[in-house]
Structures are given as structure tokens and as C-alpha cells.
Design a protein around this ligand. Sequence first.
Ligand code: SAM
Ligand code: SF4
Length: 443
Amino acid sequence: MVYNENMDGKSFALLTFGCQMNVHDAERIAGILLEAGWREVQPEEAEAVILLTCCVRESAEERLYGRLASLRPWKEERGILVAVGGCLAQKEGRRLMERAPHVDLVFGTHQFPRIAELLEEAAARRICALEMDGLRLADLPARRRENFRAWVTITHGCDNFCSYCVVPYVRGREVSRPLGEILEEVGRLVAEGAREINLLGQNVNSYRLREEGRSRFADLLRLLGREFPEVWIRFTTSHPRDFDRRIMEAIAETENVCEHVHLPVQAGSDRVLQAMNRGYLAEDYLRKVEELRRLVDGVVLTTDLMVGFPGETEEDFRRTLELVERCRFDAAFTFIYNPRPGTAASRLGDDVPREVKLERLERLAELTRRLTAESLRRRVGRVETVMVEGRSRKDEKTWKARTRGNQLVHFPKGSEDLTGMLAMVAITSSGSWSMHGELIRVC
Ligand code: SAM
Ligand code: SF4
């Protein structure tokens, strides 16, 4: 979707690679530029093309360089301005400018509030702006892609330094946003029509832990639940070390906090978990999952898993399979470890052969696919309250919606626009990734 009310302004297009953090940063960048009088267009017509990147995994990085190469003819023919921002820009800095001489502007993860002035300056000379001097999000506009769903950053940066991860180096130390600022932003979004608020942070569970020596995340959930009883509240990502009973109880006891927890475990072997610097052992994780399932009725539990961490043996990997079976995850993202320059793990050597990593990934994915299908099948015959996301891309007459547990449901219905509405749906069948149902009523 592009917005172009500023008919006379200069034009820009945004291309985003990577995780939800980048997608949300893109909303901010677009908001700032629109407010500064720019207009958003398709990349083929843009005077400035801005690429927003992730560098958590190598694949996003490769895609970025591929896309950058494809912009060179536009630079030569039309003289477009090329800008690259986000994690990869922060990590690569001047190297990126050397590798891609047609890039005019590289801006880091703390620099996007200055995007309008940086683009103006970059029209005259190449700029590399990487200072990490604190990110202030208050009062920054955002152009949201969806009206009914909104993302609200509650912490930025990360202090955990998991040994494989580049995030703390490219997004800086963890900082929690002031409570008043979050409440104000959520209030504005709700007034603009948001029905679902997604709280965002690399480790939302440590909200204010650094500042107050105690996590206030459970309090934040309860407060938002009370202040905005009509909206659904979701949050991501949780860290198993800081995910505690107070948070579980807040989810259980706050009616409009959705019963979905994304709790990345990464691995099932204690040796690997310790080498990853995750701060918990497999038994700790299993105990928390058991407690969560006991306290939060019908909770949907999802996770991230990694194979091929340095030194991972077949025995270590089997422990991951075992833990996954015992947790009965409702869904999982599975990744192949790849060394990220500058991280502690990159100094351990990447000693698991590629074929072994691929074979483990396939075995793990087969297991998680089975668990997902089983989780969906268990819901057949139930009635679920869902929030409607919009029409299915494949079939105009079918609506796409999500349960409180964030599972996908399709159901048929005539022409009335249901986007952003709550509905009761009877689940009639399930597949590998989604369920089908019949609409009972719109709430
Ligand atoms: N802060 C969140 C957390 O701790 O789960 C998200 C971090 S990261 C953006 C999302 C996932 O990418 C991680 O959970 C991890 O599984 C994966 N990941 C991070 N670094 C990786 C690496 N070097 N190789 C492969 N996967 C990686
Ligand atoms: Fe990376 Fe670990 Fe921080 Fe997640 S918690 S962003 S994996 S360092």
C-alpha cells in the first residue's frame, strides 16, 4: 500500500527485509517522510529508494545485496537516491558504501528519526550516519499498513548477548520506554481505530528491569488491559529466563491479553544452551512451560529453534527433539545457525558440516510440522473468537482471521467488509498451517 497525498513532494519507496522490528521501523520512516512533505510511490517511480535491512541471519543480508545490485540501472538512468538503513547498515557502515558505490546514504538503527534531513543532505554528498546516541520514539509519526492492528515498541536494544546474536551490537543496549509514553501512544492508536496492540521488544519480559531492578512487564499488561478493555493485547518476544509466574498470572487474569506466548528455546541440550549464553537450562524451560499451561487455559505456545550451533553433536540435537516433543509447541520457526561476525560464537568455529545442519533442520521441521497440524486438529469442533485480518489473497470470498492464540482461520462470507472485526467462528476442519470454519456471528 502506498500513500501519496503530498502530490508535489519528492517521492520515496521503502523496501523492507527481515523481522517485525524492521517492519515497524519502516512504518516510522514512512510516517516521518510523509509528514515532511514527501509522497510514497512504487519503487519504479521513486526518486529515493530506501532499503531497510536485517542482519540477524545471513539470508536477509544476501537478499539485500541482490536487491541493491538491481537498483544500479535506475541510479544510472534516472539518478535515483539510494539509501540503506537498519541493522545491516549499522553493522556494515562504510564497508557497505564501498561494496555498493551507488549507495548515497547509509543510516544506522538510531538515526531513522533524522531520515528527512539525511536524505536532503545525501542529495549533495554521500553520507554514513551511524551514531548510536539514544533513540527517542515519542512524538514520531508512523504510517501504519493496517488500521486495526498496531505495533508499539516498549523496549529497544538488547542486553542479553546470546553468543550467536548480532542484535545487541547493531541495536544497542536495552532501553525501556517510559510508561506514560507507551500509554499515550496506545491511547492515540486506539482512538485512530486500532483493535489489536502488539507490544514489541527483543525481550519484553525485562521491561524496566534495568531501571528498577524488577520487571514491570506483568504490571504493564494489567494496566493496558484495564485502560483499554476493548482491544486485544499481544506481545513479542518473551525470553525464557525472565518469563515468570507474575507474567503468566497477568496473562491469565487479564481478559483482553491474548493467550499466545512466543518463547524461543533455541536448543534442548544444556551444554549448547550454556554455550549460547541463554541463562536457563532445559529443565528450567520445561518447568516454565508446565506452569504456563497450568495457569493459562488453552495457551498457544510457539518458539524459535536453531540447529548446527558450534559443537552441536547428534546427542545434543536429540535433546532438542526430545524437548520439542515434551513441550508440544503449537508452532515453531526453525533456523540453521550461521556465524555472525563480531559475536562470541563466531570465534568458536562453524564446525557442524552444512549437510548435517540441513539434515537436522529437516528432521526438526518434520517434527514441528506434525505438532502444528496436531495443535490445529485439536481445535476442530470448538468455537473460537477471532479477529478478522482481511480477505484471503487466494479467494476473494474467503476471510482470513486469527484466534486469540494467533492461529490462522479461514471462513467464507459474502461481501460485507469484516476487516478488524471480532467474530465467533465454529472450527470445522484443519490443515497443516490453518483451520477452516463457519461464521456464527460478528461480535
Ligand atoms: N529477541 C528474540 C529472541 O531472543 O528470541 C529474537 C531474536 S532474533 C531476531 C530471532 C531468531 O533468530 C532467534 O530466536 C534465533 O533463533 C534466530 N537467530 C539469531 N541469530 C542467529 C544466527 N546467528 N544464526 C541462526 N539463527 C539466528
Ligand atoms: Fe539476540 Fe538473545 Fe537479545 Fe534475542 S535475547 S535479540 S537472541 S541477544
